[in-house]
Design a protein around this ligand. Structure first.
Ligand SMILES: C[S@@+](CC[C@H](N)C(=O)[O-])C[C@H]1O[C@@H](n2cnc3c(N)ncnc32)[C@H](O)[C@@H]1O
Length: 505
């Protein structure tokens, strides 16, 4: 795919403006799909952050005769757009602020679209910046700009002090769309699964027909200079009726997965997560797994560690005490190293109930691109957990704790987690709604799994046996387990074969 980066700029400047330009091939695919979803004629098309005009150029070819309108706040982008998207009416100005706050005068600039009740098509790739992180455009302080945005009456869907400009841009674009018109935007993948986007997901599902989403594994495949971790998606929403079906096009998968609204609501609960699904077979498996109880309902609680590594550092010491400090980095699957690197001064820590018993803990931060992300282990009593670990509150029965360590480390559980996860954290919000088979002390397989978990630190064979036994415990077929293992492309082939062999045995 040919990639182009727009007017030359430094990385810092581009970051500040959110200026990662869309490859023309992708812009053309998006405009073409969006145009096919519009109800009625297409006369007015808008890109409200038009950069150097990739979408307007595509629209000119795909919908000949339509009026092309663009806005950009950056003079360089604006002049490049005028030059390249000949015939388009491109305005230099701000498309997010209201007119009173310094935004463009919509009725004066685009009278035909305003008279028609709005644009038929709004396309583009809005700024992705988080206002907290960058002084917006260097002209106004970020604080002043955030205040102006709030006063502008846009629903900013902000969490705390942070304002993600792409969220504001989506809502603003929606305001300028006529009923039956379509919005198609390239936005961060966080829209699909981040906690902070929950309200916006609700808005898109209810204020319009969110008919389609295209997911890209990393934004770096589209924007080569962007960070490799940046996930990215394209959303298509028609203004009018609420959503009754969503079609998910996963990265690298030829066939989309169609989800009815009722299924989407059930699989996405409680936070309207749009699940990561690459095939109908995955949807079928997820639907069956999601009939099981949720982890959060089967334990006494899911908590983040006891101490904050930064703000509580006055409690830590380099000489041994009877309280070992344990951090996420140290923990491997079933594995805790013998000696801690640091300890906690008991007189500063005080007494905390949880440190008296064995705990099931797992790393909170695990890069999305790791071959295996869940790393759970049994932490002995007198371990103080850093906030880079999460732990379960359990009854105190050691067999139950061992069972849950095996369950959290299993490929089945992590496969479920991956349907919900958008970023590098694996806390309560992500894992809590994932399905589990609860521990029952009288169940032979539960006890067997707990025994295997206790041996798994020293015996890779026991870890494999536990993994396979959990697939049986979840009621899966061999084909289900094979499908799950396919979802871990970086795991060695021999390991996957060994797990399948143990499942058969
Ligand atoms: C991610 S780039 C995308 C450009 C173009 N739509 C494309 O896909 O190639 C975002 C653009 O938004 C512009 N921009 C940032 N804030 C803006 C605002 N408040 N109003 C209008 N444009 C803005 C930037 O100057 C930049 O050109």
């Amino acid at each position: 795919m040919a990639v182009k980066d727009g007017p030359a700029r430094s990385h810092a400047e581009r970051k500040c403006l959110g200026a990662w330009y869309t490859p023309e091939v992708l812009a053309a695919r998006i405009v073409s799909r969006a145009a096919s979803l519009v109800e009625g004629p297409i006369r007015n098309i808008l890109d409200p952050s038009s950069g150097d005009g990739a979408f307007l150029i595509a629209a000119r070819a795909i919908v000949p005769g339509a009026r092309l309108c663009g806005v950009d706040a950056d003079p360089m982008a604006w002049s490049a757009c005028q030059e390249r998207a000949r015939g388009a009416h491109v305005v230099l100005g701000d498309s997010l602020l209201s007119e009173d706050e310094g935004g463009i005068a919509w009725t004066r600039e685009f009278p035909e679209a305003e008279a028609a009740g709005g644009f038929d098509l709004v396309v583009g790739n809005p700024p992705w910046e988080v206002l907290e992180a960058a002084a917006h455009q260097g002209r106004q302080s970020r604080r002043a700009y955030a205040d102006a945005l709030r006063r502008s009456g846009a629903q900013v869907f902000a969490t705390g002090a942070k304002i993600n400009l792409y969220r504001v841009a989506i809502v603003r674009a929606f305001e300028h769309l006529r009923s039956g018109g379509v919005l198609a935007f390239v936005v961060p993948g966080g829209l699909l699964r981040d906690a902070g986007s929950e309200a916006l997901r609700g808005f898109l599902l209810d204020a319009g027909e969110w008919s389609e989403v295209w997911e890209f594994e990393t934004g770096a495949t589209l924007f080569p200079t962007a960070h490799r971790d940046l996930s990215c998606c394209v959303v298509f929403v028609r203004k009018g009726r609420p959503t009754d079906q969503l079609s998910i096009h996963a990265a690298g998968s030829g066939t989309p997965v169609l989800l009815d609204r009722a299924v989407l609501d059930r699989l996405g609960a409680p936070d309207r997560t749009i699940p990561a699904l690459a095939s109908e077979a995955e949807l079928d498996l997820m639907t069956r797994l999601w009939r099981l109880p949720k982890l959060a309902d089967c334990v006494g609680g899911i908590r983040k560690g006891d101490v904050n590594l930064t703000t509580d550092r006055a409690m830590f010491c380099d000489h041994p005490t009877d309280l070992a400090l344990r951090t996420g980095k140290e923990i491997g699957p079933y594995r805790v190293p013998d000696g801690p690197r640091r300890w906690v001064a008991p007189e500063r820590f005080g007494k905390r109930a949880h440190t008296e018993s064995v705990r099931v803990a797992w790393r909170d931060i695990a890069d999305r691109t790791l071959r295996k992300r869940m790393c759970a282990a049994l932490l002995p009593p007198r371990s103080v957990l850093a906030d880079t670990l999460n732990f379960l509150v359990l009854s105190g029965d050691e067999a139950e704790a061992a069972y849950f360590v095996a369950l959290l480390n299993s490929h089945v559980f992590e496969w479920a987690v991956r349907r919900r996860s958008a970023h590098n954290h694996l806390g309560k919000r992500i894992v809590g709604p994932c399905p589990v088979v609860p521990y029952r002390s009288r169940d032979t397989r539960c006890r067997q799994i707990a025994d295997l978990a206790k041996r798994a630190e020293k015996s890779p064979e026991a870890a494999i046996q536990a993994d396979a036994a959990l697939a049986h415990q979840y009621g899966l077929s061999r084909a289900d387990l094979a499908l799950i293992l396919e979802g871990f492309p970086k795991q060695p082939y021999a390991l996957k074969e060994a797990i399948l062999g143990a499942f058969d045995g």
